[in-house]
Design a protein around this ligand. Sequence first.
Ligand SMILES: Cc1cc2nc3c(=O)[nH]c(=O)nc-3n(C[C@H](O)[C@H](O)[C@H](O)COP(=O)(O)O)c2cc1C
Length: 394
Amino acid sequence: MWGYHPSGIANIDDYRRAAGRRLPRLLSDYLDGGASGEVTLAANLSDLRRINLRPAVLRDVSAVSLAGGFLGACHAMPLMLGPVGSLGAFRAGGEAAAFRAARAAGIPACLSSFSVTAPEDLLDRMPPENAFQLYVLKDRGRTEALLDRVLRAGFGTLAVTVDTAVSGIRERDIRNGLRRLSRPGPAIITDFLRHPLWLAERIRARPLAMFLADDWPEAGSTYLEQAGFLAGQIDPSLTWHDLEWLRRRWPGQLVVKGILTAEDARQSVDCGAQALVVSNHGGRQLDGVSSTIRALPGIVEAIAGRAEVLFDGGIRRGGDIARALAMGASACLLGRAYVYGLVAAGEAGVTDVLRLLAEELRTTLALMGVSGISGLRAAGTVDLSRLQDDNGHG
Ligand SMILES: Cc1cc2nc3c(=O)[nH]c(=O)nc-3n(C[C@H](O)[C@H](O)[C@H](O)COP(=O)(O)O)c2cc1C
């Protein structure tokens, strides 16, 4: 399982640089970037690191286990590949490669609504612990047809994303012309030509199309047209009543993704969600909201065990996972971290990212004097004082 060890790569940031070398600027900016001034994007990363881990010595840590239960099953580690759109544009066959790597590592994965590969074409047998991420569309008939399709494909969990009433303003994409484009112009073609590995793979692969645009002629014929059209189909009129409707309509587990306040967390659970993801969409939506790690403790307290609290935003190291779990998350979703591996080396890159994070997490646990995930949740494994000192409160 852990066979691929590229030289010169020691951590996720090395994968980020490798991915940046392979991808055209248009795509690497889309992947790395956040909304507006990217304040929240930066805070997700820096606030995590302000939390000091506490060491504990002379505990027997000869057998450290990363196994943990979340979303109704036991997994090899407290991690899940989160939904990231357009994986197939970053790397041909990207969605299937990510799902295979997750399965091999014993963790679940979540397929974005805005994917190239269709839910039924991902894996020969879909483990029910995998999730499908839903953007509720203005056209409810199409939304319902999508739910039926996802259920038939074998997904047991639906993660409905609620922090995208409108798209965040991504200034890098505006500068690069991503939003206005329907077909690549000369500047983009030059950008593509400067990244021959990505381009050669793209030329060899099937033409890009979003699976949701398959039977939707108005979506347009090019990938960029389809992406723009589908983003405009996310329903901004969505309310808590619709969440109740979804709860009745979807027979499996329901996860609400994109919660950042205790009130919204409580209401999600009142509507019947089994879990929520504390997330600000990786800093890509409302800029200026708090980092997810600052939001986490208040939400864990408000939920008081009535639902599972998952976490994402800024996870780049095993120590970050330890911090989120110590503060009450039952598992973390990866976003950019696994995509960097995917871009750099396909399925083997995702596998290697998971290996790196597992190694880092195992080492962190051992040096903190705990033998398993449950030990991390004990009081006193992290020190919040640097996070609190920064602005006088947590
Ligand atoms: C390029 C990109 C595309 C994304 N697409 C989706 C998506 O289609 N649906 C969704 O719910 N979240 C999407 N996200 C958000 C991720 O699921 C996750 O919340 C975020 O990336 C976590 O932050 P991190 O990348 O710092 O780990 C996307 C994130 C990125 C970077």
